[in-house]
Design a protein around this ligand. Structure first.
Ligand code: NAD
Length: 497
């Protein structure tokens, strides 16, 4: 620990003593059954202890959301009024930005800079952009050619209506931001929602539910159940009163959720894992590519679904690329998220730390050369970043998602060979191409199998740009009009006159 640690705001401590478990119908529940410690990943100490939801608590949350949907108070409001409430919610998030950033940094382990800029900063923009769709959801009139009964005329149109109760299941890497990716489109569409955060990181979702209430979202419209994935999460996805499930997390759990949703014909969208490549062509600007790789691979300690983890670098640049990455990771300062001087922070949990370390050991055993980064403290869930050179496409580290600070570099000679390795993956969330040759970029973009392709940048998201995966990386899109429309049903109306 350094002496540059920032002091915790009193509001953060006040919230930690107030939170007790799930948040239903506008109130914190203490829960009488199982409890779990919510851990600070920088020192493995408990921040607070929360009651865990069992099936009965999930039933209560869904019943509350359904009651709010059925009474029509939220969905029946004029769209402009709902938009104003969502904009007020965004204002409150902005006004409480430092408190929320500290809470997220403490619970997730991430850098306070990232929490301020990305988690809170980007989210406020996202909230305002998405709130705007509240007043812009539209159907179409269609030109029908119905021939009977003879002489009848028809007027036909489509209507977008809120789908009903939405369940949002959220992972631990960006718990604050991804909660909002689920909540705001659902509320903009007129739905009510139950969020289930990851067991490790429930705090920011609970604080957001309080702020939504303060902004004027009716109690019970936005509920949070704190509980285990296999109990509360599974039961929520299976719940017959849930009409849409929106999930972000691993591919394995995503498939279970898809099956559970289909069983009761709930709509679903799945944002799943990535094994995202960066393809660095011979003519690329090496400075920019190295800087981009550090950002793309190490943001949030690599715990980013869109992080780059496979770096295909033209052989003429390969050695310099590895050396420069290695130099950069050796010089990084390490510490808790609340230390603004720290460039590397802990991973979210001991379980995840052990999983990332096991991936590194396995890569070494399979023949990769491990270039290690800065030393890390023993206390807390730190992992020193590594650059792996001598990686081949067959190694486990080139195929499985690690979700940590592990950068695998693989050389290629011909562009077609690089492109084939980029597409040689079951996953297809995002990819980036590094080149100054515009014609080459334009030819390659359509051939890259990914939901997002960046050129000379990586992990740059915007609320207006749909985000999601192809292949095993998921179904559906976050952001933009698509995310809000995914919380609606399209009704067709045909009037004879
Ligand atoms: P996870 O799939 O284990 O858990 C995600 C959420 O699902 C958690 O809230 C968890 O409690 C819940 N859950 C677990 N089992 C469940 C079940 N049987 N039924 C219902 N819910 C269940 O993933 P994680 O470990 O929390 O997060 C890391 C993974 O998420 C990585 O694979 C990463 O790529 C992926 N991810 C993807 C995106 C994206 O946008 N595509 C974003 C962030 C994370």
């Amino acid at each position: 620990m350094t002496d540059t640690m920032i002091a915790r705001l009193p509001e953060v401590d006040a919230f930690l003593s107030r939170a007790s478990g799930s948040f239903i119908d506008g109130e914190h529940l203490s829960g009488s059954g199982r409890h779990a410690d919510i851990i600070d990943p920088s020192n493995a100490l408990s921040l607070t202890r929360l009651g865990l939801a069992d099936e009965a608590i999930v039933d209560r949350a869904v019943a509350s959301a359904k009651r709010c949907f059925d009474n029509g108070i939220w969905r029946g409001m004029k769209p402009a009024q709902r938009e104003r409430i969502l904009l007020k919610f965004a204002d409150l998030v902005e006004a409480h930005g430092e408190e929320l950033a500290q809470l997220e940094s403490l619970n997730q382990g991430k850098s306070i800079h990232i929490a301020r800029m990305v988690d809170v900063g980007f989210s406020v923009d996202f909230m305002r952009y998405t709130a705007g769709w509240t007043t812009k959801l539209e159907g179409q009139t269609t030109s029908v050619s119905i021939g009977m009964p003879e002489g009848a005329e028809f007027h036909a149109y489509t209507l977008r209506q809120p789908v009903g109760v939405v369940a949002g299941i959220v992972p631990w890497n960006f718990p604050f931001m991804i909660t909002l990716w689920k909540v705001i489109p659902a509320l903009a569409a007129g739905c009510s929602i139950v969020i289930k955060p990851a067991t490790e990181t429930p705090l920011s979702a609970l604080r957001l539910a309080e702020l939504a209430l303060e902004a004027g979202v009716p109690a019970g419209t936005f509920n949070v159940v704190v509980g285990a994935g296999s109990i509360a999460g599974q039961y929520l996805a299976e719940h017959p009163d849930v009409r849409k499930v929106t999930f972000t997390g691993s591919t394995a759990v995503g498939k279970q959720i898809g099956h559970a949703a289909v069983d009761h014909m709930a709509r679903f969208s799945l944002e799943l894992g990535g094994k995202n490549p960066m393809l660095v062509l011979e003519d690329a600007d090496l400075d920019k590519a190295v800087h981009g790789a550090l950002m793309a691979g190490l943001l949030n300690q690599g715990q980013v679904c869109a992080a780059a983890s496979r770096f295909y670098v033209h052989r003429s640049l390969h050695d310099a690329f590895c050396e420069r990455l290695h130099g950069a990771i050796q010089g990084m300062s390490v510490g808790p998220g609340l230390d603004p001087a720290a460039q590397l922070n802990p991973l979210v949990s001991r379980r995840h730390q052990q999983s990332v370390l096991a991936h590194i050991e396995r890569a070494q055993a399979e023949g990769a050369k491990v270039l290690r980064g800065a030393a890390v403290p023993e206390e807390g869930f730190y992992v020193s970043p590594v650059v792996l050179s001598g990686v081949t496409q067959q190694m486990t580290v080139a195929r499985e998602e690690v979700f940590g600070p592990v950068l695998s570099v693989i050389p290629f000679d011909k562009i077609e060979e690089g492109l084939a390795m980029v597409n040689d993956s079951d996953l297809g969330l995002a990819a980036s191409l590094w080149t100054n040759d515009l014609s080459q970029a334009m030819r390659l973009i359509p051939r890259i199998e990914a939901g997002t392709v960046w050129v000379n940048t990586h992990v740059t998201l915007d609320a207006s740009l749909p985000f999601g995966g192809v292949k095993q990386s998921g179904i559906g899109r976050e952001f933009g009009r698509e995310a809000v429309e995914a919380c609606t049903e399209l009704k067709s109306v045909c009037i004879a006159y």
